[in-house]
Design a protein around this ligand. Structure first.
Ligand code: S3P
Length: 176
């Protein structure tokens, strides 16, 4: 049976915030993949990249996704931004629930990532080493677009919406 609800999207698209809002509204538990992987390595994501390399982090993501797939009780899952890039991960998403792609305009992503970068999230985003510009964000979106769209059952453009409004749309989509 399809059970879990996965949020995917580019860094700064609001997966964690919306996952938490939806969890509060529905009472379903939420699992943030970055947080779980960081806990299992007992270090921030950036340190995992620096110490073991990106491949080790990507393997940990796939391993965690397999574990989530085996769980019977439905979960809201906030995926790391790179999760849909592997074919095996896309298959796991498809076989184990519904996947919502959260999209935002480049301007909105820059706004969110810049304010995150002034906070503790800076340590958890090793792929944002270079400065955040419309070109760098646009390039990454372009490179990932096909994989994200292939993985998604639904897409929500989040510009101008609050996390609660986005979570309400997800509930409507699930009930339709
Ligand atoms: C990544 C996104 C990050 C984190 C890691 C790699 C990516 O998660 O998993 O830094 O490749 O897009 P968020 O999307 O939650 O920031």
């Amino acid at each position: 049976m399809k059970k879990h609800l996965f949020f995917i999207g580019y860094m700064g698209s609001g997966k964690t915030t919306v996952g938490n809002a939806l969890s509060e509204m529905t009472g379903l538990p939420v699992l943030d993949m970055d947080e779980a992987i960081s806990k299992s390595f007992d270090m921030p994501i950036r340190q995992i990249f620096d110490t073991f390399g990106e491949e080790a982090f990507r393997n940990a993501e796939t391993e965690l996704l397999r574990e989530i797939a085996d769980l019977e009780a439905p979960l809201i899952v906030s995926c790391g931004g790179g999760v849909p890039l592997r074919k095996e991960n896309r298959d796991l998403l498809k076989e184990n629930g519904k996947t919502i792609l959260l999209e935002a305009s480049i301007d909105e992503l820059i706004k969110r990532l810049s304010s995150d970068n002034e906070s503790e999230n800076q340590v958890s985003r090793p792929l944002l080493n270079t400065s955040i510009t419309p070109d760098s964000i646009g390039d990454m979106i372009e490179k990932r677009k096909a994989a994200y769209e292939e993985a998604a059952n639904f897409t929500i453009l989040t510009d101008g919406l609050t996390p609660t409004e986005i979570a309400s749309r997800v509930i409507d989509l699930m009930n339709s």
